[in-house]
Design a protein around this ligand. Structure first.
Ligand code: GLY
Length: 373
């Protein structure tokens, strides 16, 4: 067996053991961030964008152990999410994160008609966010006085598979065409010549003209927020996987090359590749997400290129394992030092989706068939 496969399989054994304790301790909650080693609970904010990751983690643990208690808890979460599926104010482009990891995956595994219905409702709502003048999917609803009619964000690349799935499931090409129109606009409006990507681009919602970029969760306008680079790498690979269009593979490679040349020798990823030397904030979630994308690139290219992207991913994952993981069953998170945003939110703590993508990347390396996107 190749060295990386055996390594990943060994790490997944450790994941299995630790997650059994974590899930037991957090039964019927919806974890997000850890404080002093314990997850908080987003149960009273059912529409929060990360809630689907708990379902994703439970399905991962179900695949690793074959124990149906994890599936049952994932379905319990999926059913709780119905509260916000009926509230237009709570729905946004993150319908992908919320329902791909829960309803779509449930439907694929069990054939549940209720899950299929939830996922199609979420996809239809997401398709309705498409701005026909600007060829982009609107990210967020307005927040108080903040007008977001023309705002699109790089993260949305990860939500597009909900639309690809809806076309694959129904045979209706509308969803796929909307996803591709958005992906094409992102190539032209977000991806810079050096391969880095903006977090937020604001368009004129009437004419569709690009107005400006915003720094968003990164250091500032023109900088490169590392989790956003990760969303770009993995997101464009997912568009490539669903469409076979080479321009999406080429774009994922362009962003990945930028990511690789900017990765510090430690293999640990800062919050922003253009942040000042101090404070030296780190974001482990960016490493895990980018690793998933790079492993997918390695599967799509051949020969030496394939080894380059896989090795870049393994380097980051091993850095997380050796320097940033906590295998104490009494601590809820595995990966430490995840950061919400450079200028606000929690810094350098456990974040649910850091663990989710770390486990997803290990499963890819170990050859376990888990692709919820
Ligand atoms: N999608 C929001 C984030 O990456 O924090």
């Amino acid at each position: 067996m190749e060295d990386y496969k055996a390594w990943a399989a060994g790490r997944l054994d450790a994941v299995k053991g630790k997650m059994a304790s974590v899930v037991a301790r957090n039964a019927h909650k919806i974890p997000y961030l850890t404080e002093n080693g314990r997850y908080n609970d987003k149960s009273d904010e059912i529409g929060w964008w990360t809630n689907g990751f708990w379902g994703g983690l439970l399905w991962e643990e179900w695949l690793l152990t074959g124990d149906d208690q994890y599936k049952d808890q994932a379905v319990e979460l999926e059913e709780k999410q119905d509260k916000d599926l009926m509230d237009s104010e709570k729905l946004d482009h993150d319908n992908g994160f919320k329902w791909l990891l829960t309803a779509v995956y449930d439907y694929k595994k069990t054939g549940s008609k209720a899950s299929r219905n939830r996922a199609l409702l979420a996809a239809n709502n997401m398709a309705g966010r498409f701005n026909i003048s600007g060829n982009f999917i609107r990210a967020w609803n307005d927040w108080g006085e903040d007008d977001h009619r023309g705002w699109a964000i790089i993260d949305c690349m990860m939500n597009l598979p909900l639309l690809y799935w809806a076309s694959e499931e129904t045979g209706d090409p509308r969803f796929r065409k909307i996803a591709m129109a958005h992906a094409d606009r992102v190539i032209d409006a977000f991806v810079r010549p050096d391969g880095s990507v903006c977090h937020i681009v604001e368009f004129d919602p009437e004419t569709g003209e690009r107005v400006r970029s915003h720094g968003g969760q990164g250091y500032g306008r023109g900088s490169s927020w590392t989790r956003g680079q990760g969303w770009g790498i993995y997101g464009f690979m997912l568009s490539y996987i669903h469409t076979g269009e080479k321009r999406y593979l080429d774009t994922a490679i362009k962003i990945a090359n930028y990511f690789i040349v900017n990765t510090p020798p430690s293999g640990l990823i800062p919050v922003d590749f253009r942040q000042p030397a101090e404070p030296a904030w780190e974001d482990s979630t960016a490493a895990a997400i980018a690793a998933c994308g790079m492993i997918e690139i390695s599967k799509a290219v051949e020969g030496n290129d394939s080894a380059i992207y896989r090795e870049a991913a393994v380097r980051m994952l091993k850095a997380l394992d050796e320097k940033r993981s906590n295998w104490d069953a009494d601590v809820d998170n595995i990966i430490e030092k995840g950061t919400v945003a450079y200028h606000y939110g929690a810094h350098e703590t456990g974040i649910l989706y850091g663990d989710f993508y770390f486990i997803e990347a290990l499963m890819k390396l170990a050859g376990i068939d888990y692709m919820p996107w």
